[in-house]
Design a protein around this ligand. Structure first.
Ligand SMILES: NC(=O)C1=CN([C@@H]2O[C@H](COP(=O)(O)OP(=O)(O)OC[C@H]3O[C@@H](n4cnc5c(N)ncnc54)[C@H](O)[C@@H]3O)[C@@H](O)[C@H]2O)C=CC1
Ligand SMILES: O=C(O)C(=O)COP(=O)(O)O
Length: 610
C-alpha cells in the first residue's frame, strides 16, 4: 500500500484575507487559529512549515527556535519589525513580505487623518453623538496652501505627496537618501535637515521605517521648534515620536493636534502616555488601521501566499527579506565577491552619509570589475549585492529584501543609476587578480552618463575599455578622482578578495588595506605627532576598546593637497593627510565622535558597522 505523505502545514494566527489563502488550500493543510498566546503559539509551532502573520504576532527568537520544521515566515504587509529576522536567517528560515501591497492604503489613511485633524472630525463626532451642537468651537483649517512636511520620501511618503499635491498643499520633505528626480516629479522640495523641515511644517507626517536613526526622532526638543499651529501625523511606526513629549506639547498648546495610527506598544498599555494621547481631544487616534482596507489585504495576502507556495515548492520567492540573493551553485564561486560588494555598498552609504552630512549620498554609480572578474558569466549577483549594501542601512524592509530578481527594479524605483564595467587593465601591478572599484559620481559628472536607461551593463571588455579611456576621465581603472566644475570629487571605494576574505584597499583618496567587518571608526587627519594618542585616549575615556588600527596614506594617484581643504577645521595642515581606520568593540556615540574633531584631533570622522 502506497504511503500518503501528509500535506505540509501552514499556521495563520491573525486575520489574513482569504484571497491568498485559497491558493494554499489544495496542496497544504492550512490552520487559521486566532487569539493564541505567545505560549500557545510556541507549543504548536513545531508542527508547521510556514507561518503567515501581520503586525500583531511577535515572531521572537524563542518562537523561531521552537519551530523545528519552519521554512518560511510570511509577513502579510511591509514592516518586519515584529519578526526577529536575524534569528530566522541564522536558522535558515526565509522571511518574505509584501513590500508594496498596502502602500496606497497607508497613504490614504494618512490623508484621512490629515483631514480629520484639520477639521476636528474626531471631536465633532463625539460632540454631536453626545447630543451637542457645537459649531464655532469646532471650526477647522483648510489643507490648501498649507505646508505638508514629509519625513521619509519612500513609497508611502511619495504616495501621500502625490495626493496632497491635489489639495494644493506646499510639499517639503526630509529624506537624505531620496532621489531628487523622484521628489521633483512629485512636486516635493527636499530640505537638507530635519530641523529646517520642522519649522516650516503646518502638517508633519512620518513615513520612515523604525530604525536606529528614526527611533525617537520627534522628541521634546524637535517639538519645541515647530509652529504652535502645527499638526502631526504618524502612520509609520510607534516609537518614532516621543509619546510623553507629544502629550505635553498638546497640553501646553505648543502643538495644535495629532493624527496617530501606530503606538509604541500595541495595543497601548493601560495608563500609558499612549492611552492618554488616545483620550486627548486634540488627537484623532486609530488602532493601526493604515493597511486595513479590503484591497490592501487582498494584495498582501495574495502576494505572500504565492511566495509561501514558491518556497514550500523549493523555488525562490520574489520578496525575500533574508534569503541568499543568489542560487547555491553561483554562490560558491561568487560568495566572497558578493560579500565584498555588499560591504562596499554599505560602507559607501554609512561613511559618506555620516561623514560630512547626509546629503552626500549620491545616486549615480559606476562599478568596475577588473582582472579575472571580467570572465564572469554573470555579474547579476554582484549588482544585487551592491544595491542591497547601498540600501540596507537606510531601510527596514525592502533594503534587506533585495535579490537577483528584484535588485534592478528596486534601484530604478529609487532613482539609483548603476553602470557596470569590466576592465582587464590595471591589474598587472597589483597583488591580487581581481579588483572591484565603486565610484559615486559627483553631481556635475552625471552628464557623463553613458546610458539613458536607469541600469546600464557594459559586459563586453572592449566596450568597457572605450568607457575607461583616459579621456572619459571618470570611471573604472582610472582611479584619479574626477573633479567637476563645482570642485566636487567622485567618491571612490576599491576592494579585493584574498582567499575568501574581502578587503577594502582604497577609501576616498586614501589607500590602505582593512577588513570590512564589525564597527569601524574612520577618521581623516593631518599626519602629525599625537593624533593617534588623542583619538585613543578619547575612546578610552568613553570605554571603547580599539581592536585594531590601520593608517591609510594618500593614494599614489592623488596629488598632494588635492581636496585637502575640505572640512579642515584647523586650517593648520602640518603633515600629509591620512585616514585612520580603527576597529572598535562597540558603537561610538555622536558626542564622542564630535569630540574627536578639532585642531588637536581629526578633520572628520564617521562610524560604520559592517
Ligand atoms: N500603519 C500601517 O498600517 C502601515 C505602516 N507602514 C509603515 O510605513 C513606513 C514606510 O514604508 P515605505 O514607504 O514602504 O518604506 P520605504 O522603505 O519605501 O521608505 C522609507 C523612506 O525612509 C527614508 N529614510 C530612512 N531613514 C531615514 C531618516 N533617518 N530620515 C529620513 N528619511 C529616512 C528612506 O530613504 C526611504 O525613502 C514603514 O515603517 C512601514 O512599516 C507601511 C504600511 C502600512
Ligand atoms: O505593513 C505594515 O508595515 C503595517 O504596518 C500593516 O500592519 P498590519 O498588517 O495591518 O498589522
Amino acid at each position: 500500500m502506497a504511503i500518503v505523505k501528509p500535506k505540509p502545514k501552514i499556521l495563520i494566527p491573525e486575520k489574513v484575507s482569504p484571497d491568498g489563502l485559497a491558493l494554499l488550500k489544495d496542496s497544504f493543510h492550512v490552520d487559521e487559529k486566532k487569539g493564541l498566546s505567545a505560549d500557545d503559539l510556541k507549543a504548536i509551532i513545531g508542527d508547521y512549515e510556514a507561518l503567515i502573520v501581520r503586525s500583531e504576532t511577535k515572531v521572537t527568537a524563542e518562537l523561531l527556535q521552537a519551530a523545528k520544521q519552519l521554512k518560511v515566515v510570511a509577513r502579510a504587509g511591509v514592516g518586519v519589525d515584529n519578526v526577529d529576522v536575524k534569528t530566522a536567517t541564522s536558522l535558515g528560515i526565509i522571511v518574505v513580505n509584501s513590500p508594496s501591497g498596502n502602500i496606497n492604503a497607508a497613504a490614504e489613511h494618512t490623508i484621512a487623518l490629515l483631514m480629520a485633524v484639520a477639521r476636528n472630525i474626531g471631536d465633532a463626532n463625539s460632540s454631536i453623538k453626545a447630543g451637542k451642537w457645537e459649531r464655532s468651537r469646532l471650526t477647522g483649517i483648510e489643507a490648501k496652501s498649507k505646508t505638508l512636511a514629509i519625513v521619509g520620501l519612500g513609497k508611502v511618503g511619495l504616495t501621500v505627496a502625490r495626493i496632497a499635491n491635489g489639495f494644493g498643499m506646499r510639499l517639503l520633505a526630509y529624506d537624505p537618501y531620496a532621489s531628487p528626480s523622484l521628489a521633483a516629479a512629485a512636486s516635493v522640495t527636499l530640505l537638507p535637515t530635519l530641523a529646517e523641515l520642522l519649522k516650516e511644517a503646518d502638517f508633519l507626517t512620518l513615513h520612515t521605517p523604525l530604525i536606529a536613526s528614526t527611533k525617537g526622532m520627534i522628541g521634546k526638543a524637535e517639538l519645541a521648534t515647530m509652529k504652535p499651529t502645527a499638526r502631526i501625523l504618524n502612520v509609520a511606526r510607534g516609537g518614532m515620536i516621543d509619546e510623553d513629549a507629544l502629550l505635553a506639547a498638546l497640553d501646553a498648546g505648543t502643538i495644535a493636534g495629532a493624527g496617530i495610527d501606530v503606538w509604541t506598544s500595541e495595543p497601548p498599555e493601560p495608563d500609558s502616555s499612549a492611552t492618554r494621547l488616545i483620550a486627548h481631544p486634540k488627537v484623532v487616534a486609530t488602532p493601526h488601521l493604515g493597511a486595513s482596507t479590503k484591497e490592501a489585504q487582498e494584495n498582501v495576502s495574495i502576494d505572500v501566499c504565492e511566495q509561501v507556495v514558491s518556497i514550500l515548492s523549493g523555488e525562490l520567492p520574489r520578496s525575500a527579506v533574508n534569503a541568499p540573493i543568489i542560487l547555491p551553485e553561483e554562490y560558491r564561486t561568487l560568495q566572497p565577491f558578493v560579500t565584498l560588494v555588499e560591504k562596499m555598498g554599505s560602507l559607501y552609504t554609512q561613511h559618506y552619509s555620516n561623514r560630512v552630512n547626509a546629503q552626500s549620498f549620491r545616486t549615480t554609480f559606476d562599478i568596475t570589475y577588473e582582472g579575472a572578474l571580467t570572465d564572469l558569466h554573470t555579474t547579476k549577483p554582484l549588482f544585487a549585492a551592491l544595491v542591497k549594501g547601498l540600501l540596507t542601512p537606510i531601510t527596514s524592509s525592502d533594503g534587506l529584501n533585495i535579490n537577483i530578481v528584484n535588485a534592478e527594479l528596486l534601484a530604478k524605483d529609487r532613482g539609483i543609476l548603476i553602470n557596470e564595467h569590466r576592465s582587464r587593465e590595471n591589474v598587472e601591478d597589483k597583488p591580487y587578480s581581481s579588483f572591484i572599484t565603486l565610484r559615486a559620481r559627483a553631481s556635475r559628472s552625471t552628464s557623463l552618463a553613458r546610458s539613458d536607461k536607469a541600469i546600464s551593463r557594459s559586459t563586453s571588455p572592449s566596450a568597457a575599455r572605450t568607457l575607461l579611456s583616459p579621456s572619459s576621465g571618470a570611471v573604472g581603472g582610472n582611479l584619479a578622482p574626477a573633479s567637476t566644475k563645482t570642485g566636487e570629487e567622485d567618491q571612490v571605494i576599491q576592494g579585493f578578495v584574498s582567499g575568501t576574505q574581502p578587503f577594502i584597499s582604497r577609501l576616498d583618496r586614501f589607500k590602505g588595506e582593512f577588513v570590512p567587518k564589525g564597527t569601524l571608526l574612520i577618521c581623516r587627519n593631518f599626519d602629525s605627532c599625537g593624533k593617534i594618542g588623542f583619538v585613543g585616549s578619547l575612546l578610552g575615556k568613553a570605554g571603547v576598546n580599539i581592536k585594531f588600527m590601520n593608517v591609510a596614506p594618500l593614494h599614489d594617484d592623488v596629488e598632494e593637497g588635492e581636496g585637502a581643504g575640505e572640512g579642515n577645521v584647523s586650517g593648520n595642515q602640518e603633515g600629509k593627510e591620512a585616514l585612520m581606520i580603527l576597529g572598535v568593540d562597540r558603537p561610538v556615540g555622536d558626542d564622542v565622535v564630535g569630540g574627536l574633531i578639532g585642531p588637536e584631533g581629526v578633520v572628520e570622522a564617521s562610524v560604520v558597522t559592517l
